[in-house]
Design a protein around this ligand. Sequence first.
Ligand code: CS2
Length: 453
Amino acid sequence: MKPVLSQKTLGSVPGTVRVPGTRPTRPGMLHIGAGAFHRAHQAVYTDDTDWGITIAAPRSREVIDALAAQDGLYTVATLGPDGADLRVVGAIVDTLHIATETERALDLIASEDTHVVTLTITEKAYRDPEGVPGLLARGLARRAERSGAPLTILCCDNLPDNGETTRDAVEPLLDDAVRAWAAEHVAFPSSMVDRIVPASTRATYDRAAEALGLADAAAVEAEPFTQWVIEDRFAGPRPDWNATFTDDVAGWERLKLRTLNGVHSTFAYLGALAGVETISEALALPGARGFAERLIAEQIAPSFTPPDGRSTVAYGQEVLERFANPGIRHRCIQIAMDGSQKLPQRLFATIADLAAAGERIDHIALPLAAWIRFCAGRADDGAELPLDDPLAPVLRESLAAAGERPAARVEAILGIRQVVPEPVASNRELRLAATAWLSDLDRHGAAVTLEHL
Ligand code: CS2
């Protein structure tokens, strides 16, 4: 067994690995959501400033316990075409388990020394008033009462208008007095976050241990690309992140959600049905790359205007290159989860805008058909597929009631109002196209459907 990475053992890390210098002593920032994405994104940006982070996990203790045992230190491996580049990140200076330390969590949200609360809690968490939105509301009430100091709550989840979405989740939970105070002193800027960060595996931990000569149970791995576009609307101080600060994040969010995430979900479902493990393998299926390019150029690009000076097609090409990175093993099943929470902004928004502009709706119905087939829980070779989705029971019951006919299955899923908004739900062109694709997928499977395009 190798010794564990910690402040004490840090000195033994070989010179090939970048290590933190003087570490921040006071966390000005509280982050909620201890997933790999935060560790490879916002925490790395923060590591390049003099701010520190208290990282809080709502339920699972695994990551924060590992971090606590390592004095908050962990490794980020950047996986490029020429191999891995490792760096130890020192921005995390404290850990917190919300489920068992709720009072401390509320005190931290209320503390005058906390200036920014960042969130990566996944799309579905914003719909749960008992969860993080409720915690933030109680924390804000305490803050209003104690000091009234300004606070910025910065959403880093893949949602459109994610600042507004966060405010809409928290504000109704405040009483009138706190709501009036918050309107003046709490800011909810939007942000667009981007970096491909697969869930850590044995290989991630082994790579880190090999390079460091130390065990690291909180190691993560990520692609070289990283981007953070933030609405410059903070209530108080903020770290000097090397991000893009702008007045208009919405255009960036749309570009990323519809292009990167839309194509990601498309190949997550097609790849899972075809029985391949990762996105890069799905994109390497015959016909896949051509389909992705057509989807981007003919359906995603005409659905919106990208931010100034940007081209959706050029952005899409870069995204496809990133997806093809063989160093990144991003599993289709990981991206496929929570489809009911992701597809509204990744797919249905695109379809709604295409319909409004009188544009064709055909290729974009294939990912919808693939998702519908995926929800039934079987790959093309009959292997079981997990339906990890908060609406899994609704999706399964709707499909069971619909029977075998593709048209009935499309209608059943489009009829779930929590997922598919009008006028997309009753769009005839979409129904017909999705039904035709679903028949193809049923008959030939995803690989042959792509190949025949
Ligand atoms: C992915 C995203 O899991 C998913 O749904 O589409 O996590 C994606 O990798 C990131 O948004 C990239 O920035």
